[in-house]
Design a protein around this ligand. Structure first.
Ligand SMILES: NC(=O)c1ccc[n+]([C@@H]2O[C@H](COP(=O)([O-])OP(=O)(O)OC[C@H]3O[C@@H](n4cnc5c(N)ncnc54)[C@H](O)[C@@H]3O)[C@@H](O)[C@H]2O)c1
Length: 273
């Protein structure tokens, strides 16, 4: 059969492959014939080419992982992430964005001509315009985790919650990197999922930390939580040859939730429009 996705025999890297969206994407990539290098802090059950234990907020751990990855990579997927609560605001920024940025920028020199990067942001980050100056200030520092920790310690209370800030950073970063990557013929995109049934959601709700009613406000009009597979498919599509001229985009994968907000059919609770 024709390799329409373009993954056959290609080396790809994915974080967060142990569960949820990353696990679903990793399985699809294996099924599409890719050599998958899976990075996670937890056990990975998908039968990938290589599993590497990593803690996204620890630069030494990321450097050790980098030493075990191939010198030439076709596609990179950033799927690891945590909710806050129960994780602290700083940990959400370090894991969801600072570590992701360090890993991504360390891998860019290895990504081949025609390659691509896809990451997971969130509907919660789509109010990024309101914090653009602060985000640009954070993006202006170097990509080390030490510098990110220092910046966070100097900006306590600068933003209401670390999770939304981390995802707003992800969206602005994706758009900001598109030009320099286009000059290397590499694409970069992210997705913004609506609420998805995964370990993340279980952790977020915890013991009533975020009540079901509060999450339900952000469900699409089909009334259902997405699955990891719903998001894994969008990620694999974005890094595939089917999206070969798509770059610098944040794709809401939310069955129309953001569209409803933008045209005034839903309350703009997240400052999206
Ligand atoms: N579930 C949702 O409703 C939702 C909505 C929008 C965005 N997101 C984002 O989607 C991404 C994937 O989440 P998911 O829903 O699949 O949840 P998940 O908990 O099933 O998957 C997250 C993965 O990240 C890994 N991980 C967590 N901390 C890590 C660390 N320090 N180092 C390395 N790996 C680590 C976990 O082990 C897990 O495999 C996250 O970035 C999350 O912020 C989730």
């Amino acid at each position: 059969m024709t390799d329409v996705l373009g993954y056959q025999g290609k080396d790809v890297v994915i974080t967060g492959a142990a569960s949820g969206m990353g696990k679903a994407a990793a399985q699809l990539l294996v099924d599409a014939g890719a050599n998958v290098y899976a990075l996670d802090i937890a056990e990975v059950s998908v039968e990938v080419k290589k599993v590497i234990k990593v803690d996204m907020k620890n630069q030494e751990s990321l450097d050790e992982a980098l030493s075990q990855l191939p010198e030439s990579i076709y596609a990179h997927f950033n799927c690891a992430g945590v909710p806050s609560p129960p994780f602290s605001s700083d940990d959400a920024v370090l894991i969801n964005f600072a570590g992701l940025r360090y890993l991504t920028e360390s891998l860019i020199p290895r990504i081949v001509d025609g390659g691509a990067i896809a990451s997971i942001a969130s509907t919660a980050g789509m109010g990024w315009k309101h914090s653009l100056d602060l985000i640009n200030d954070f993006l202006a520092i170097d990509n080390s985790i030490v510098s990110a920790r220092k910046w966070l310690s100097e900006h306590v209370d600068a933003f209401p919650d670390g999770y939304s800030f981390s995802k707003s950073c992800m969206i602005v970063y994706t758009m900001s990197m598109a030009k320099q990557l286009a000059e290397k013929n590499i694409r970069i995109n992210c997705i913004s999922p609506s609420p998805t049934d995964s370990n993340f959601m279980t952790q977020l709700k915890g013991e009533g930390q975020v009540p079901e009613d509060a999450v339900a406000l952000f469900l699409p009009s089909n009334g259902r939580y997405a699955t990891g597979e719903d998001m894994g498919r969008a990620l694999v599509m974005l890094n595939s040859q089917l999206a070969c001229f798509v770059s610098g985009n944040n794709l809401p994968v939310d069955y129309g939730y953001c569209a409803e907000v933008v045209v005034g059919q839903r309350d703009n609770l997240l400052g999206i429009a």
